[in-house]
Design a binder for this molecule. Structure first.
Ligand SMILES: [Zn+2]
Length: 217
């Protein structure tokens, strides 16, 4: 899943209004932020295989540290604990824990059975929404619209930047998603590895949006 994870970040603002959208977005993206680092480190690997499912041209056969059930729970606990230690905002920490783990849940719905239960597990799970491109688009776009709407209604821009930065991100994500869904597969694994690192840029972008908006009411 791609923009569905962003939807969770946007919607989280309503549940934890005192946390910045930067950290609220980092949580549901976290497993995918770790993934390129583990690919570069050689701890995990990926193959390009057009037709692996109707949607993804990637064979995600080896990502037990970023994406297994057990490590997802562990990352969720680590992320929430670090936030709580830094802010003492308990409600925010809980929302972030749910946010990090939501990545596994949404990927479980989307991927073919390639998510291991734990590193070394012989059992991998996934419901395979990606076998249908129309169903994937319908589910993911619906999630995205709801998530963005919740954020836009929970906050309001205090200046022009607060509106422009938000709607630029929304537009960029939709274009990027369309390119992902309908464009050619990535030309090389290096592009996945190093291109994947650019996902980290969404964190300061989301933080900057939030700096220029306030919670309503
Ligand atoms: Zn993922």
């Amino acid at each position: 899943m791609f923009i569905g994870h962003f939807a969770v970040g946007f919607a989280s603002k309503r549940a934890a209004p005192r946390a910045s959208l930067g950290v609220l977005m980092a949580a549901p993206l976290f497993l995918d932020l770790l993934w390129p680092i583990f690919l570069i480190a050689g701890v995990e690997s990926v193959r390009i295989e057009p037709g692996n499912t109707a949607v993804t041209p990637l064979d995600l056969h080896d990502y037990p540290w970023s994406h297994s059930l057990a490590t997802s729970l562990a990352w969720s606990a680590v992320f929430a604990a670090a936030f709580w230690a830094a802010t003492r905002y308990a409600r925010g920490a809980i929302v972030l824990a749910v946010g990090v783990f939501s990545h596994f849940v949404l990927d479980f719905v989307t991927h073919r059975p390639d998510l291991p239960l734990y590193p070394g597990s012989p059992i991998s799970v996934g419901l395979g929404l990606w076998n249908s491109r129309p169903a994937t688009l319908a589910v993911e776009c619906a999630l995205f619209v709801v998530g963005v709407a919740i954020y836009a209604r929970t906050t309001r821009a205090i200046n022009r930047r607060g509106a422009v930065a938000l709607w630029t991100l929304v537009g960029f994500l939709l274009l990027f998603y369309a390119a992902n869904m309908f464009g050619p597969p990535p030309p090389s694994v290096d592009v996945i590895k190093y291109g994947g690192l650019t996902g980290w840029l969404f964190v300061p972008w989301a933080w900057w949006i939030d700096r220029n908006r306030v919670t309503r009411g």
